[in-house]
Write a protein that binds this ligand. Structure first.
Ligand code: GLC
Length: 736
């Protein structure tokens, strides 16, 4: 038995039942009366207690409780601590796991300097519905991309030496956790386990009905990637999962996570989700909630006190076996030992000087640069030098708090570089005409419209900064409509008309995809910046002025209208697939069976922008894919190859994406699935041949017999610039 396991067992053997149950409770806040709970050994963790308060609580735990077991301090360091990164959806748009890993590493250092040991991130809930406010916190609609980005964040937070390759996470868990006890590493928490993003109607906390095969093929894989990357903890979700709340769901927690995946960390419930099972109608009272959560495999209860209040009696009367308690406490102690909490000093080993350091701001700048996605450009970008006057219009041009986005607990608004600030620093103020047009993102007043129109009239280029305020996305912030809020659409109309044909460049900061019709037809270019974080303004300015080029790709599809939701690229074909361009139903149309396909009469069935799409300042040519073989033995691999050439006049990032379709199987399969991607820069005229290896790992799925297997048969394969895979017909191969 290794040292840590021996130390766990030795300590566990000395613990009383109340002390064991104490480890299973996470309390909230730094109220002084919490010290008494800690002194009595009734608390294993605190959330939202940082800095000096955390040090004080830790001293009580170490010096005044009977066994001196250290507390583990948790906090939502979702996309940065004080130096704020783009929202995770934006980081996913970078299609670059290094961006996610470096960002998480930076965030971990800043959090560790504030005595935080554990972050409740990454969130890897697959989401097909942009109405859901929490789509901002996740990594988009695709299981493979979410898995790669989530695993990279885990590695960044936990200081893993293992790198996530673009062919998917290959980390060995023990190796991945070897730096956990080093200063600057904090425990990760993959959340919200599981299926939370499938909330009906895009309404947070709502019901989720997910067939097991879909759960295993779509919603579980990103969590498995995080567990394989060594995630120390997972968080059970709020949602009712197939009639059993996720926090009381033994199938998900004990069967899949702990038994099948052999996860040896611990599970914390989401805030109050244990006792919310009463409201779900799954538990009669807190006592039953404690029983059903413990039975399901929740090891630590966040905030609600049902474990602390009822578990001792439930063990005494035989309802809860002592084994459940010992297993939970073993897991918690194991992570505390792996983090080095028993051995490290109470005061942080990372100096506060790292916070908002130039190096950290540089990390945030690069993340913002790589997360922006160019969705339209009529050639006006990059903005040519030498323009006399540039109008800077819109409510997001100088909105520090909104630019940071949701889930910012400790972000420093003073340290935010907004687009207006950056433009002034780069171009000077003389050539800028700053006219917000609206007081904030939701303002419906038109009083400033005249000034905005006047600015547009006298300027050579108009920059329009639009989007959502931070409060319009995140937890419990769901929207039934996806248009620009407030009077922004009218602002676009008035300004573009006043511009009278001069370039109008829209930059949108938002926590989700939005409906961009009809105003997108009025603007010359559209750059999607998500909520880009502390250095968003600097990154956007460098992209608009051309010292950098956009390289982001969409991690989530954009619907043409909210009526299309859910929109996602990896959908099924159906028995009557719609035909591109086929829609509409002229009056008096005879009922012609040929039109009876899965389409709308009043909207194009395809999305406005598809998963994986993004433009740059150059163009690329993709050769046809070649395969090293067209028939594959069960344990063999083939190599798919394509040559990509920069056919433009500027350097640019290519993001070749590998998609595969299983044409016939024992369960219906998606039209295509992302199975790999790469990202690299090519100079004008430069070519690069890229390869992807394909084997049973890329082809396996949970099949008609509910077995994870690659089935013999024909497959299509693309290596393309986005999920439309329009450049060439697919290559075909057979698995024997
Ligand atoms: C919230 C969120 C969860 C967060 C936790 C602690 O309700 O659902 O993501 O980590 O509570 O703040």
């Amino acid at each position: 038995m290794n040292t840590i396991e021996a130390r766990v067992e030795e300590l566990l053997a000395r613990m009383t039942l109340p002390e064991k149950i104490g480890q299973m409770w996470q309390i909230h806040g730094a109220a002084p009366e919490n010290k008494e709970f800690i002194r009595r050994g009734q608390v294993g963790s605190c959330l939202n207690v940082i800095g000096r308060d955390a040090e004080a609580f830790q001293r009580v735990a170490r010096a005044e409780s009977r066994l001196g077991i250290p507390l583990i301090f948790g906090r939502d360091v979702i996309h940065g601590f004080k130096t704020i990164l783009p929202i995770p959806l934006g980081q996913a748009a970078s299609f670059n796991p290094e961006v996610a890993r470096d960002g998480a590493r930076m965030a971990a250092h800043e959090a560790a300097a504030a005595s935080i040991h554990w972050t409740f991130a990454p969130m890897v809930d697959i989401a097909h519905d942009p109405r859901w406010g929490r789509v901002a916190e996740g990594c988009g609609e695709d299981p493979y991309l979410a898995g790669c980005m989530g695993a990279a964040m885990v590695e960044g937070f936990q200081g893993s030496p293992v790198t996530t390759t673009h062919n998917g996470p290959k980390a060995q868990r023990a190796k991945a956790q070897k730096n956990l006890a080093k200063p600057g590493s904090i425990a990760a928490c993959a959340k919200h386990y599981v299926g939370y993003g499938a909330a009906e109607g895009g309404r947070d906390y709502n019901t989720t009905l997910i067939p097991e095969r879909t759960l295993r093929n779509t919603y579980l894989p990103p969590f498995k990637a995080c567990v394989d990357a060594g995630a120390c903890t997972l968080m059970s979700a709020f949602n009712d999962l197939n009639d059993v709340p996720a926090t009381g769901n033994a199938f998900a927690l004990r069967q899949v996570l702990k038994k099948e995946w052999k996860f040896d960390g611990f599970v914390v419930s989401d805030w109050g989700s244990v006792t919310e099972m009463i409201a779900h109608g799954y538990c009669a009272d807190e006592k039953e909630a404690a029983f059903k959560s413990a039975r399901a495999g929740v090891d630590m209860e966040m905030v609600s006190p049902s474990y602390s209040t009822h578990l001792e009696k439930l063990v005494a009367d035989g309802t809860v076996p002592l084994d459940w308690i010992d297993d939970a406490v073993r897991r918690i102690l194991r992570i505390k030992f792996r983090l080095g909490l028993f051995d490290r000093p109470v005061v942080p080993e990372i100096p506060p000087s790292v916070i908002l350091s130039h190096e950290h701001l540089r990390v945030a700048y690069r993340a913002a640069l790589e997360s922006c996605v160019l969705l339209k450009n009529d050639g006006c970008l990059p903005v040519a030098a030498g323009h006399k006057t540039i109008a800077v219009i819109g409510p997001l041009a100088n909105a520090p708090a909104d630019q940071l986005g949701c889930w910012v607990m400790d972000g420093d608004q003073e340290a935010v570089c907004t687009p207006l600030l950056a433009l002034r620093l780069v171009l000077g103020s003389d050539c800028l005409l700053d006219s917000p047009g609206l007081r904030n993102a939701r303002d419906t007043g038109r009083v400033q419209f005249d000034a905005a129109e006047a600015a547009a009239r006298v300027s050579d280029v108009i920059l329009l900064f639009l989007g959502e305020d931070a409060g319009l996305s995140g937890e419990a912030h769901c929207r039934a409509f996806l248009e620009l809020p407030g009077a922004q659409t009218e602002l676009v109309d008035r300004v573009t008309k006043a511009a009278a044909g001069k370039p109008v460049i829209a930059v949108v900061m938002a926590g989700r995809p939005l409906v961009v019709q009809p105003w997108i037809n009025q603007v010359s270019a559209l750059l999607w910046a998500w909520h880009p974080g502390s250095m968003g303004g600097a990154a956007i300015t460098d992209l608009l002025l051309g010292s950098e080029a956009p390289s982001g790709r969409l991690p989530i599809s954009f619907p043409r209208t909210v009526g299309q939701v859910p929109t996602y690229y990896n959908k099924k074909n159906t028995g009557r697939p719609p035909i591109e361009g086929q829609w509409g139903a002229p009056l008096g149309t005879p009922l012609d069976p040929k039109d009876f396909t899965s389409k709308y009469m009043d909207a194009d069935f395809t999305p406005e922008f598809t998963f994986g799409f993004g433009l740059g300042y150059t163009t690329f040519a993709y050769s046809a894919v070649t395969l090293s073989r067209t028939s594959l033995k069960p344990k063999g691999t083939l190599t798919a190859k394509v040559t990509i050439t920069n056919t433009g006049t500027r350097p640019g990032a290519a993001v070749p994406q590998l998609y595969i379709r299983d044409l016939t199987a024992t369960a219906t399969r998606p039209l295509k699935e992302l199975k790999g991607f790469q990202k690299f820069t090519l100079a004008p005229g430069e070519s690069r041949t890229v390869t992807f290896d394909v084997g049973s790992e890329e082809l396996a799925f949970w099949n008609g017999d509910m077995k994870f297997a690659a089935e013999p048969g024909r497959f299509h394969l693309w290596i393309a610039a986005d999920s439309t895979c329009a450049s060439h017909p697919p290559a075909e191969f057979a698995l024997l």
